[in-house]
Design a protein around this ligand. Sequence first.
Ligand SMILES: Nc1ncnc2c1ncn2[C@@H]1O[C@H](COP(=O)(O)OP(=O)(O)OP(=O)(O)O)[C@@H](O)[C@H]1O
Length: 615
Amino acid sequence: MADRNSGINRTNSAMTQRGRGKRGPARFAPVEKPKRIRETLRRLGSYFFQEKKALCTVFGFVLLDSIISLLIPYFIGLAINQIGVRAGAVHFSMLIQLLLVLAVFYLADGLLTFIQGWLMASAGQRMVVALRGSLFEKLQKLPISFFDRHNHGEIMSRLTNDIENIDVTISQSTVQLMNDVIMIAGSLVMMIWISPSLTLASLIMVPLVIILTKTIAVRTSKLFVEQQKELGTLNGHIEESISGLSVIKAFSHEQKEIERFTQMNQRLTDVGMHAQIWSGYLMPLMNVINNLGFAAVASVGGFLAVKKMITIGMIASFLTYSRQFSRPLNDVASIFNTLLSAIAGAERVFDIMEQKEEVPDQINARPISSKTCKGDIDFYNVSFGYSPKRMIVKQVSFHARAGETIALVGPTGAGKTTLVNLLTRFYEPNFGSIRVDGIPITNYRRADYRSLFGMVLQDTYLFHGSFKDNLRYGRLDATDEEIKRAAIAAHADSFIMATEHGYGTMLQGSGENLSEGQKQLLTIARAVLSNPAILIMDEATSHVDTQTEHEIQEGMRQLMSGRTSIIIAHRLSTIRHADLILVVEDGMIAEQGRHEELLEKKGIYFSMYSDQFSV
Ligand SMILES: Nc1ncnc2c1ncn2[C@@H]1O[C@H](COP(=O)(O)OP(=O)(O)OP(=O)(O)O)[C@@H](O)[C@H]1O
């Protein structure tokens, strides 16, 4: 969908190009762990910062709520003292006043909790929308080589599962974390105020809690990262199997696929289970430690009460404060797990954000449009390899005059599509330069430059929508009349009109209810509509029968007239009229000339032609 945003006149998505492989597993550069977590938190922090107003408001409410929660145990203690101290002579009016205050506190607590949750949920949603938006935007800016190297399902997993993970954590854990920190500090202050000696007794267990949380967190964080990775791999596999389902069935590999899936599923279950087991240790252990602390406070408190150094009411208040102190400590420990899982997700999201984007436009990049471009193309000693170790295109030079039709022919894997990929700036050459209208293509604004091209590729890119929507993708401001004219020129009108709602008929999925040939006719119609300066047809009619191919030849000739056209074709009959035929072999131009000249040469082209037509 990159094109929809950037206004590229491509009739097929870059992602569906031939040559787009899934070469090698998705791997991102490893970064030192603690540094990486710090960096991830910093980047997440910048999204929080965008919501600083909402977060400050939430913090205000949390603070108010926490103060109320901190006052409640104290008032309970006072109420108990009204009964305890005045045994036999309960001061009812004072007790009722205290109980009324407590009722108001509880009501306010409930109301404030609701408001915090509501505010945080909307702020969290906005943050996640921004994060998802930036990730999608980033994906649009990444070079095609990135998508060659990474499994598409795995990338999708980052956009969905990982972001979902962050979403849940932000909305659920932020308020809790704020609340916990205030409660820990507030309870500690209240505890010290009531009794420093009891405070000392209750703090004995704190170092144990910290050591335990740290030990378990180290273990679980690794497992959560592993779990997210396995989930990504599984999603990648699902995406691959669904898109290649017909091939799987054709080779009767269903059972093998089920076995592969089961293995991956099992691996995910294993790490998931380990992560859950390890994080599950935390709560019971915390409970044991807390209860031990509680017992210590109760014993020391009992002793102090006997010595008349503290009232029963204040012991009751203290015990509640010590619970309020240890509960958030436990919460922080368990939130830590959720946080670690979200950080694991965020790391994977930011991994993509760190990837190198397409080379940015030069500062004074020139504008260009199909109206101003003549379509003169020059390749000067261009060499390129998808990996620097293996050059695919080797020192290619040729000149295509404006308005000419250039044909690229040659054996499979010779580098024809790669030459087109270089011309369209999907990849940058390692050596040499490419010029359009005498100016290096890197001097043009990239979006402008790409809008010069109309492409009809072997792989068609159609999306869920009506015929009209799909055709209009070629030029967003095209009228219905223009759409129809383009479809007639591409011989697509008759089969569109034969459907129930004509141009309004919805395509199933991405055109699954159409034949490959019909899909190609639609993409040709799109190219007609986009009216590009340079037309690229890579096996554009390979799925169309020869009869239809002949029928649309005239339309194609009209489409090509007056604009530079580059045609890649295996069927040599379609390129006989080309102004220049380039025979590509092993990444080099082995022969070039017009059809008749090349036949006279009796070289590679001659033997290719002879093979096809038994000359
Ligand atoms: N994205 C890619 N990453 C790495 N190597 C690639 C990529 N795309 C193509 N190649 C390799 O580059 C070489 C040339 O491929 P290219 O698609 O340009 O050939 P072609 O002449 O268009 O072949 P065909 O006629 O079969 O379409 C092949 O060896 C291919 O394996």
